[in-house]
Design a protein around this ligand. Sequence first.
Ligand code: SAH
Length: 411
Amino acid sequence: MKILKLRRSEDRRIRAGHLWVFSNEVDTAHTPLTAFEPGEEAAVTDARGAFLGSACVNPHSLICARVYSREKRPLDADLLRERLTDALSLRERLFDSPYFRLAFGEGDFLPGLVVDRYGSHLACQVTTLAMERRRDLVRGILDELVHPASVLWDDTAGSRVLEGLETGGRVFEGPVPEELEVLENGCVYLVPGREGQKTGWFYDQRDNHRLTASLCRGRDVLDAFSYAGGFGVAAARAGASSVVYLDASAKALSFAERNHRANSGGGCETVCGDAFDALKELRDAGRTFDVVSIDPPAFIKRRRDYKEGLNAYRRLNYLGMQLVRDGGLLVTSSCSQLLSADDLRGCVSQASARLGALPRLLAAGRQGPDHPVHCAMPETAYLKCLIVQCARQARPHNRPGRDDTQQGQQQ
Ligand code: SAH
């Protein structure tokens, strides 16, 4: 293997366990990136030549090398088999049935590879050039390990562009079904297969679906950004009195409706539209709920989106909280890695201050264990889900009303 040498003092993060080398950290005078074939393995060393790890190089990407092993070895079928076997056995330990994210990129020491399992069907995403070059190897090992009936490759991820890969469509190998079945928390969901979103299901919310559902018995629930009904269907099965599903996708809502009926036996209401408008319309119509879940797509994908994205989270949480009845729950999620849990809590407290609500954080959830966080890589921890009880006791500070004194006396 060729050597990729880091500049002085640029080895600290890698030594601490991080897996990414940025192009400005490389001693390009001694080891020019152009000397590497895209996707080729390299032995990463510090400035003195001490070995740090084996990495795949992409000379044209800002993240120019990704460490895949602390040993000196190629990223070949043996290593991929070890990693995927390990990833699978972890999931088999965590779950009773074969419905889970089987591989989660860096979290499973498999940079650039995501695999979701739906029983005998797999949906995969490849987001690095090195993994793209090894796609056939990966496919062969998945065949050995799980004998999939079909494999869907979702090549639509925007992150592929950063690696110089094309963002194509979807590639189907074998009989990829129109609808995939998901078993989760005792519910059976059908989700779009060939034309779903991303890899088809959001397994990362499994634990948050369960905890939220456990708080919904006898309650009226709004599942905003519902997709196929992750939160609402679990709530209905747990005995919610009513569920309203809201999504911009009519197709997602048709799945939510079917899933609702199949799991609860009853009917539900759906609202199709942009959540920012639809939540206002619900408010203007005087609708309120005991539980409001807000689970939007990532608004902050790049650093430069931060301000605008934060603003969107603020507006949404404000709109959502307006629909929560006194003492009810706001279940607010964010899958933007760049938005911290503190930021999200800030959105909630700001909304509470505007509405004169007293917010109590009951639980702070995260991505489920089939999306393991690499402890040295904050980039692998992305999902936040806060369950907040909203009591309307205080008066809004910024909007003093005529009956302020009266209220004060009552308190
Ligand atoms: N809550 C779901 C996952 C949500 S994924 C679960 O637990 O499984 C995000 C969803 O938001 C997608 O279904 C997408 O169609 C929807 N969406 C994206 N932008 C939207 C918008 N502006 N208004 C309403 N829905 C939107």
